[in-house]
Design a protein around this ligand. Structure first.
Ligand code: GAP
Length: 450
């Protein structure tokens, strides 16, 4: 993990938030390369679900959340972690992070019994701080999907099965944020709520598990580094009938990367008006103030029903961390030399092509490099970077380390000779010369074929 943290800071992937004031715990900022990697991961998820399927709609709901939403979702009552205080050093820990009743900070055994601590961040809207202005920062993006269920249904005329996908910030007042960006207080989630008819839910649950494992492999994670945990009944969230966790082999152990839950009719049922003729399976909260009936018409059975929902839910930061861990490689080049290389899948790489002029103070070379950069930009493959340090060896090393798949060198042969450039492949280090005018097409083909 130290290697990852150091690379992230040195090369501009991730910084501690508020670092110049000593840092704020559990919050991180994504730097110039980190934001590209994160955006590429989000785009891959969105493309695979919303653009490439014809049964999923997108949504972007607000972060500020009405208290009633999180009361009826069950979060006010149950979204807690067991908190333990150390009487000696006054540190606080999650009870499940303590071993053998010993304070991890000072070693004392003077610990309080665990008490529930609600993880939701509270705030007030407007100038007056009272109950009427109270709001939560959402702890999951999912509730925005459930509360917009009828809006999406009415505006799109979807029928079961169909899904609603969303990417956005979530906030949790974690007792002990830790392991770099693995457990933080502010993070992004990518959540799909896939609505299905009751009775087909178990089959869909398995299908989504398989689809999600395939997706992670397409992002470059080795299948052997992923395990599936069928979460024991005693550990299930309050809304879940069954959950599969996809665990990744992080440096600190096999830990949750994504959860795929069968949330039954719990949420839509909880937010629906009472006294309906609906048969609900889940235990739902009474006395909702909502006037909505979040249901679908089942024509074959001539009745209304609240659908079941399968929810694949992942944290973007955990995804980024897993991809960095998986991609970071140190390659022995012989004779005591080695190189650090980030073997990112090309579609995730922050920089798609680096253009390296052999000499930075040679106007002819620089001019050609600038023109080439513009031509490559026009291919639309992503960020093209003009690396004008004038040191080819350093440029290769830097771009290997940040995962740039292709580097193109402009030299004297380009401007005075046959007009060719050198294209170097990050993974094989193979170099091949191409006519300057053909190289944009070569780059386009490279990214088209993934
Ligand atoms: N809507 C369901 C839900 O929120 P969850 O298992 O609590 O379920 C889903 O969270 C995913 O969100 C997790 O698999 C993880 O990737 C991510 N996540 C949860 N808490 C996180 C935290 N404190 N920091 C970073 N990511 C987190």
């Amino acid at each position: 993990m130290d290697q990852i943290v150091s690379l992230c800071k040195r090369r501009g992937f991730v910084f501690q938030s508020g670092e110049i004031y000593g840092g704020i715990q559990g919050a991180y900022d994504f730097g110039p390369l980190g934001v590209e990697l994160k955006n590429n991961l989000k785009a891959a998820w969105w493309r695979s679900l919303v653009h490439e399927r014809d049964d999923i709609e997108g949504l972007d709901a607000s972060i500020l959340t009405h208290r009633e939403v999180l009361r009826h979702s069950g979060h006010e009552e149950t979204f807690t972690d067991p908190l333990v205080d150390c009487r000696a050093c006054k540190s606080r820990f999650r009870a499940d992070h303590i071993e053998d009743g010993i304070c991890p900070n000072c070693g004392s055994t003077e610990l309080t019994p665990p008490r529930p601590f609600n993880l939701m961040f509270k705030t007030n809207m407007g100038p007056v701080e009272d109950a009427s202005s109270f709001a939560y920062l959402r702890p999951e993006t999912a509730q925005g999907i459930f509360t917009n269920f009828k809006n999406v249904l009415d505006s799109t005329s979807r029928r079961l099965p169909f899904g609603i996908a969303q990417i956005g910030k979530a906030f949790r007042n974690e007792v002990t944020p830790r392991n770099f960006i693995f457990r933080v207080r502010e993070f992004e989630q990518m959540e799909l709520e896939y609505f299905v008819a009751k009775g087909t839910d178990e089959d869909w649950h398995q299908q989504w598990l398989d689809l999600r494992l395939d997706w992670w492999r397409a992002q470059g994670l080795d299948r052997d580094h992923l395990t599936v945990l069928d979460v024991p009944k005693s550990d299930l969230s309050h809304y879940s009938k069954r959950t599969f966790d996809i665990l990744y082999r992080f440096p600190h152990g096999d830990e949750e990367l994504e959860g795929i839950a069968n949330r039954t009719d719990f949420d839509l049922g909880s937010h629906s008006k009472r006294n309906t003729d609906l048969e609900l399976d889940a235990h739902v909260r009474a006395n909702t103030k909502s006037n909505a009936q979040l249901r679908v018409r089942i024509e074959a059975e001539n009745k209304w029903a609240v659908p079941y929902v399968i929810e694949p839910s992942m944290g973007v930061e955990r995804g980024v961390l897993a991809i960095l861990v998986e991609s970071l490689d140190s390659e022995d080049l012989g004779n005591g030399n080695s190189r650090t290389v980030l073997r990112l899948k090309p579609h995730l790489a922050p920089i798609k092509v680096a253009v390296l002029p052999l000499k930075r103070n040679h106007e002819g070379i620089m001019q050609t490099a600038r023109t080439l950069r513009r031509e490559l930009m026009a291919t639309g493959v992503g960020r093209i970077f003009l690396e004008d340090t004038g040191n080819i060896g350093k440029g290769y090393r830097r771009h290997d380390e940040v995962g740039t798949p292709l580097v193109i060198t402009v030299d004297f042969e380009t401007i005075e000779g046959d007009g060719s450039v050198t294209l170097r492949d990050r993974d094989t280090m193979a170099q091949k010369r191409y006519a300057k005018d053909d190289v944009a097409e070569v780059v386009r083909d490279y990214y088209r074929s993934g």
